[in-house]
Design a protein around this ligand. Sequence first.
Ligand code: ZN
Length: 160
Amino acid sequence: MDIDRHSVALFHYTLCNTQGEELETSRGGEPTAYLHGAGNIIPGLERAMAGRAAGDTFSVTVEAADAYGERNPQRVQRVPIKHLLFKGKLRPGQVVQLNTSEGRRAVTVIKAGRHSADIDTNHPLAGQALQFDIEIVEVRAASAEEIAHGHAHGAGGHRH
Ligand code: ZN
């Protein structure tokens, strides 16, 4: 079956920036599962997935606007260091987790002081065009429960 609305696809990916540097890969681990048409993955990648079948491999370049969005220079703020989760010493350029009232999110350290840090709360991949190398591992029909929840369950998906 082809990837369509209400299908769950499992895929491996390698993500590179436009300089060809590898940023992330699922290869060597378990494939990622997503529910097609539910906005589980970035829009540019979801569009490129439509109509693919198990065994397909392809590369796609996704512009920032269809990936994690453009970078907003105003999303820089100073926060107490105790709100950040990190190991070792805090360094500029480091991506750490920020505890917020809506949960944890990845932020980039700009400057670290003794008690506070300047952080960039844009998504670490905002403003970047991204290149994906994709291998579709499996395509199956989504269960009624997955459609109701708006995400994939089981291996590579949500477990709850
Ligand atoms: Zn669920």
